[in-house]
Design a protein around this ligand. Structure first.
Ligand code: PGA
Length: 252
């Protein structure tokens, strides 16, 4: 593990009503009261307000799962960065593979979202990752490198250290298949090199999350890797005790 403060984010996707989110927070906060890591919850938009109120001034912070890069206007169904700030969000996830695959989001759009977030003083969690086909064809580093080139194109160097990058191999998301810690570390090391080439010293400060079937049983060996600074967690973040166990991973 590195000197960087670990950061764990719960991505609830399209799950939990506002009431369920509030109940989660009430059960979860006492379980992580003494955790010395950064903890982020990303409920659906409709639960942000209730979850945020339940979090109060705790050290657990709120994230959105998506954002529109425009400030305001005729964009039916969309949510602007300032609206997220208003609800107390600190982060937003952008470029999740489900958005890329199911809603056709390009890295160019992800770049605009990341820049709009930084401009509004929100911190982007920028997701990258290859599909199974790309993985099996040995194209992981090419694909991830291109996604980084395009998705981080508008991040000003002075703000780079605030960005979080999540590497999520698509074949490991929700499948129960985790990349081995060695495979994950190999990709994370390449991402770190890319970040240092692009942003200089700040590349060392950027936190890299691994995502894809992270659970209490595998988090410690992932976190033991030099360039894995946290996790973006879907399924195993839906229950307070399971996500709390991830947050309290065994430090080697
Ligand atoms: P998972 O999802 O933990 O359920 O694999 C991770 C993610 O999609 O962020």
């Amino acid at each position: 593990m590195s000197q960087r403060t670990p950061i764990f984010a719960a991505n609830w996707k399209m799950q939990k009503t506002a009431g369920q989110a509030e109940a989660f927070v009430e059960a979860f906060l006492p379980l992580v009261a003494d955790a010395e890591v950064d903890i982020v919850l990303a409920p659906p938009f409709t639960a942000l307000d209730r979850a945020g109120r339940a979090l109060g001034g705790s050290r657990v912070v709120l994230a959105a799962q998506n954002v529109n890069p425009e400030e305001k206007g005729a964009f039916t169904g969309e949510i602007a960065p300032a609206m997220l700030v208003d609800l107390g969000c600190r982060y937003a996830i952008v470029g999740h593979s489900e958005r890329r695959a199911l809603y056709g989001e390009s890295s160019e759009l992800v770049a605009r979202k990341a820049a709009a977030l930084l401009a509004a003083d929100l911190l982007p969690i920028v997701c990258v990752g290859e599909t199974l086909e790309e993985h099996e064809a040995g194209r992981t580093l090419d694909v991830v490198g291109n996604q980084l080139d395009e998705s981080l194109a508008q991040v000003p160097e002075a703000r780079a250290a605030e960005v979080v990058v999540a590497y999520e191999p698509v074949w490991a998301i929700g499948t129960g298949k985790t990349a081995t810690p060695e495979i994950a570390q190999g990709v994370h090391r390449s991402i770190r090199e890319w970040l240092c080439n692009r942003f200089g010293e700040a590349g060392q400060a950027i936190r890299l999350q691994y995502g894809g079937s992270v659970k209490p049983e595998n988090v410690a060996e992932l976190m033991a890797q030099t360039d894995i600074d946290g996790a973006l967690v879907g399924g195993a973040s839906l229950e307070p005790d399971r996500f709390a166990k991830i947050v309290h991973f065994d430090r080697a």
